[in-house]
Design a protein around this ligand. Structure first.
Ligand code: ADP
Length: 162
């Protein structure tokens, strides 16, 4: 029963992330979206908020679950008894970083095979930072994130006075 983990910051989850998770759910029996704490990235949303947004956005996929994780991906894959790490590749610019991560994870855990999936081309330019910036400037983000996430973003931006 192959399980895959799909780790990321998901700050917040976008249609690009959802597209990758959906593709993975067709290949693997079980997919776990792993929300990394990632304090180094200084996320806008807390882990709890990111988990809630991911759960809501992925609730229609019966074989996808969501969990927060603090430690190393190499340990997470062991704990989840998963056989693959899913990552999305948008463009060549993603490659250098992803290549390093994939080899590092495999060095740390022999079972950590990384599987790269490409999103629908309409999401190749999409990233969470850009969506937050558009929302901050008052733009319409309904093409980029689910309605629930859009509402949470507006609330957050209001609270931060941005
Ligand atoms: P990280 O901090 O681990 O890069 P992200 O949440 O930014 O976390 O991304 C998690 C994964 O989802 C990465 O593999 C990233 O390439 C992928 N991803 C993010 N946005 C998109 C998108 N629009 N299309 C395809 N993959 C994406």
């Amino acid at each position: 029963m192959p399980t895959a983990i799909y780790p990321g910051t998901f700050d917040p989850i976008t249609f690009g992330h959802i597209d990758i998770a959906r593709r993975a759910s067709k290949i693997f029996t079980r997919v776990i979206a792993v929300i990394a704490e990632n304090p180094k990235k200084n996320p806008t949303f807390s882990v709890k908020e990111r988990v809630a947004m991911a759960q809501e956005s992925l609730k229609n996929f019966k074989n996808i679950s969501v969990m927060p994780y603090k430690g190393l991906i190499a340990n997470c894959i062991q704990e989840c008894k998963a056989s693959a790490i899913i990552r999305g590749l948008r463009a060549i610019s993603d490659f250098e970083y992803e290549f390093q991560m994939a080899f590092t994870n495999r060095k740390m855990s022999a079972r950590a095979e990384t599987v790269f999936l490409m999103p629908n081309e309409k999401y190749t330019y999409l990233n969470s930072t850009m969506v937050k910036e558009i929302a901050r400037l008052g733009g319409d983000v309904s093409n980029f994130v689910p309605e629930y996430v859009e509402r949470k973003m507006r609330k957050k931006l209001k609270a931060s006075g941005a």
